[in-house]
Design a protein around this ligand. Structure first.
Ligand SMILES: Nc1ncnc2c1ncn2[C@@H]1O[C@H](COP(=O)(O)OP(=O)(O)OP(=O)(O)O)[C@@H](O)[C@H]1O
Ligand SMILES: [Mg+2]
Length: 374
């Protein structure tokens, strides 16, 4: 008589101790285990993560394989890691859900209380970092007065239209939209208030964004009219505030937070940019020396005071400027440089926060269990 094969319950019980640290729950109870197939001594299943940017992907895969392989009656285990980005594009928008950006799962606003703190740089690199994980990502430069996306990405040219829809440009695997694609370089961009509203609305409704896991929005600087319009019109899932460590910038970061609170958009955290400088000519055998040019810990202090997460310190690095000027964001220009490494970490943290904010997981009944007992 052949040994009885393992049961789905036994497999799920073996997987249950694997806990997702972001949700604090078992991957089984979260409904991550899908397409479980038991064919005699062969067991196969998918683990569907809530974001491709999951930092514990490899650990999950290994633990799942080992645990199931240890069950009596199992000779072979095949685990497929997949991702289905959870989303919550509701925010505080007054719009009926689904009408604006219907195919976009998460809209992440990158804001700053004041200009020049590196908001656009952070936005572009976060978008690329998310894209690197395999997610489908768009980047909207909503700064209609000072669009910087063409310069930062090297992508130019008037977007094409198809059946009265505007097709975004593409670069670095991202869908890109910016007022800068429509104006010629050097000509000043002068929009009056009502025009700004209209333009932003068009970017949200007339651009063919298609299916995206993340749309990163580089907001206009400050808390003025243009920024406010966007927070009211776009179904923002969450916002991140970029600041530098000096007091003036920090005061403005507080204003930024207040703006999002007013429209019920969760602030996912604060990024401190140009935090410190590491002399590149230090001998490699010396411990890294960090110079905190604008003072240390300001961003972290403000984050604590405002009750939001501090997402990280991005160091000041001349390669950010060089790359930016050459249309090559730091993640591409110097992928292993300290700012690139930190920005990638921040992107991962944001993706997980968005996943947790997203809709609750489908029940286990969804798991599509196929049990071929032979
Ligand atoms: N970490 C960094 N290290 C060095 N330079 C940086 C860093 N971050 C940004 N910069 C540089 O600072 C300048 C301003 O950055 P950026 O354009 O991203 O700021 P911004 O907040 O979007 O500005 P604006 O308010 O004009 O839209 C750019 O020249 C950019 O290359
Ligand atoms: Mg900018």
């Amino acid at each position: 008589m052949a040994t009885p094969s393992v049961t789905p319950d036994q497999v799920l019980a073996a997987l249950r101790p694997i806990v997702d640290p972001d949700f604090g729950k078992s991957i089984v109870d979260l409904g991550f285990v899908k397409h479980l197939t038991i064919d005699g001594a062969r067991v196969a299943f998918d683990i569907e993560l809530t974001t491709p940017a999951c930092p514990v992907k490899a650990e999950f895969e290994k633990a799942a394989k080992e645990r199931v392989a240890a069950l009596p009656g199992v000779a072979e285990v095949a685990v497929t890691m997949t991702a289905n980005t959870r989303g919550r594009t509701s925010g505080g928008a007054a719009q009926p859900q689904g009408e604006i950006l219907p195919g976009v799962r998460n809209v992440l606003a990158v804001a700053s209380g004041k200009g020049g703190v590196g908001k656009s740089t952070v936005a572009v690199n976060l978008a690329i970092a998310l894209r690197e994980t395999g997610a489908r990502v768009g980047l909207l430069d909503a700064d209609v007065y000072g669009p910087s996306l063409p310069l930062l990405t090297g992508v130019t040219g008037r977007p094409e239209t198809y059946e009265r829809r505007i097709l975004p440009n593409e670069g670095y695997g991202l869908k890109l939209m910016s007022m800068g694609f429509f104006v010629t370089e050097g000509s000043p961009v002068i929009w009056r208030g009502p025009m700004v509203h209209g333009l932003i609305r068009q970017f949200l409704t007339d651009v063919e964004w298609g299916e995206l896991d993340y749309l990163v929005v580089d907001l206009p600087p400050g808390t003025g009219d243009a920024a406010l319009t966007l927070t009211q019109q776009a179904p923002l899932s969450g916002a991140v505030i970029v600041t530098t460590a000096n007091d003036l910038s920090l005061i403005d970061a507080r204003k930024g937070l207040a703006m999002f609170e007013k429209v019920n958009v969760p602030v996912l955290g604060i990024v401190e940019n140009m935090s410190y400088f590491v002399p590149p000519d230090l001998p490699p055998d010396l411990p890294e020396r960090r110079y905190y040019i604008f003072g240390q810990g300001g961003g972290e202090r403000v984050a604590k005071e405002l009750g939001v997460e501090f997402l990280g310190e991005v160091p000041i690095d001349s390669r950010v400027v060089e790359g930016g000027d050459a249309g090559k964001p730091i993640l591409v220009y110097a992928p292993d440089s300290p700012p690139a490494v930190v920005l990638r970490e921040i992107a991962g943290r944001l993706a997980r926060k968005l996943a947790v904010l997203g809709e609750s997981a489908p029940p286990i009944a969804d798991a599509n269990i196929t049990w071929v007992s032979s």
